[in-house]
Ligand binder design. Structure first.
Ligand code: NAP
Ligand code: GLV
Length: 311
């Protein structure tokens, strides 16, 4: 079985090591170093943001395996073959990482830790009133693999958690809002908004001025999904007029974020470089190998993308 790895070459050795532990007979090739291999013999491509036109050069692949949970970096290829299954990454290490990151920021805002940092800088001993986590309303845009993991962890910490998705959910500790008609009600009750949506035609630009104005005054926006969910100018306007109190942004329209982008210096914005959740090869390789084995047995892989929905 032949697999072509199409991602940052410096990650290839680690993925090779862990995939070969799972699939000992695998021939693991790396793009573009191994571009002279017979492309018709490649069975799978394992990809993260492949350049446009690369995937179509492998005419006999059985599937496109994504190294990420989001597949927008694959579907944006105008030459992407539409007859090949795309399998996204669902992995416990990714859910754990995302949960840790989101919980950290929820606690940061709920417990006013940013204010205490400033007090400390001024050597000021000030005790702010402390509120119950149940009074802090967290809203998750997206209640899929990651949104659900984050929401359940926050609910265990007694936060008041709701989530918005396309379909209605029944998840302990999380109030479900589904569909466009339910969005205003969800926003109205949300103090800390966390975006964990996939980037699709429907969700691009969803965090815009119209959405932000429906959040209560003083609320916080945390975007952990994709930069293009957010209209940057609208976020800046909502922060500058005092409607929002803070934003945490891990993802951006252009990555790396340009040095002159206003987010870097904005006092109410925290920028992190797309690190909320990374896939660990030792864990991701087990999932990928399991899906490859399924396909080799003629079974459907888990977590196939529905190109009509876009995720
Ligand atoms: P997922 O399991 O596919 O979940 C997507 C969720 O979004 C589902 O609940 C889905 O609703 C909902 N949704 C999609 N379109 C919608 C719409 N138009 N209206 C309302 N809800 C909609 O995805 P995931 O694994 O949780 O990952 C989410 C995203 O996180 C990824 O696509 C990626 O962009 C991002 N991510 C970021 C990082 C990072 O480090 N910053 C790391 C990993 C992933 P249904 O449940 O009803 O289908
Ligand atoms: C990371 O952003 C991913 O989609 O896995």
């Amino acid at each position: 079985m032949n697999l072509m790895f199409i991602s940052d070459e410096d990650r290839a050795d680690l993925w090779r090591t862990h995939l070969l532990k799972q699939l000992p007979g695998l021939n693991f090739y790396v793009w573009p170093a191994d571009s002279d291999v017979d492309k018709t013999t490649i069975d799978y491509v394992l990809v993260w943001k492949p350049a446009a036109g690369v995937i179509k050069q492998f005419p006999n692949i059985k599937a496109i395996l994504s190294l990420g949970a989001g597949i927008d970096g694959i579907t944006c290829d105008p030459e992407l073959p539409t007859d090949k299954p795309i399998v996204r990454l669902v992995d416990n290490s990714l859910s754990q990482g995302m949960t840790q990151f989101a919980v950290y920021w929820a606690i940061h805002f709920h417990r006013d830790l940013g204010k205490y940092r400033v007090f400390e800088q001024h050597k000021t001993w000030t005790q702010l009133p402390q509120s119950d986590a149940a009074e802090c309303r967290i809203g998750l845009l997206g209640l899929g693999e990651l949104g659900t993991a984050v929401g359940q962890a926050l609910a265990r910490l007694q936060f008041n958690v709701a989530g918005w998705s396309r379909s209605q959910k029944s998840i302990d500790g999380i109030t479900s809002y589904a569909g466009a008609a339910a969005l205003p009600g969800f926003l109205k009750r949300t103090d800390i908004l966390i975006c964990l949506l996939p980037l699709t035609a429907e969700t691009e630009g969803i965090i815009n001025g119209r959405l932000l104005e429906q959040l209560p005054r003083g609320s916080v926006v945390i975007n952990l999904a994709r930069g293009r969910h957010l209209v940057d100018e609208d976020l800046l306007a909502a922060l500058d007029c005092g409607h929002l109190s803070a934003a945490v942004l891990d993802v951006f329209h252009t990555e790396p974020l340009a040095p002159d982008h206003p987010f870097w210096d904005h006092p109410k914005v925290t920028v992190t470089p797309h690190i909320a959740a990374l896939t660990f090869p030792h864990s991701g390789a087990q999932y990928i190998a399991n899906n490859v084995r399924r396909m080799e047995r003629g079974e459907a892989p888990e977590n196939l993308i529905d190109l009509k929905k876009g995720y």
